[in-house]
Design a protein. Structure first.
Length: 132
């Protein structure tokens, strides 16, 4: 359980290489893809060729097949590149260090499948459009 203010503080800390709370080396370790190629192949719906898993969050895969394409999951994730979290309680957060985009959406709608629900896909489409 968290609030948008708490999550915003975490995203700011990570973007600032730990912000004095964590060392920059700790942040780099957290954001390093630790997913094996076998894990990715056996869990295509979660990783989709573009995502990996760091320490406690989704990260950009170490070697994405095509960084500009969406993963081959039904409907596509639509989330920006970078790192973040998609939770079963209807939450999604991503920080894209390349563009500076951070988006946080907290809903109270349980996810019913591994694919992001329409409200989350619409949120990311609007966030991307606002940064274009």
């Amino acid at each position: 359980m968290s609030t948008i203010d708490d999550l915003d503080a975490v995203t700011a800390m990570l973007a600032a290489d730990g912000g004095g709370l964590l060392s920059a080396d700790s942040v780099r370790l957290m954001l390093q893809d630790r997913t094996s190629e076998r894990d990715k192949a056996e869990n295509e719906i979660f990783f989709g060729g573009r995502s990996g898993w760091g320490l406690m969050m989704a990260v950009l895969a170490a070697t994405p097949a095509d960084p500009g394409s969406l993963p081959s999951v039904p409907g596509g994730w639509g989330t920006p590149d970078g790192y973040g979290w998609d939770g079963g309680s209807g939450t999604t957060w991503r920080t894209d260090p390349a563009t500076g985009l951070t988006g946080i959406l907290l809903t109270q709608r349980m996810m019913t499948s591994p694919a992001l629900p329409p409200v989350a896909r619409d949120f990311w489409a609007a966030a991307r459009a606002a940064c274009a």
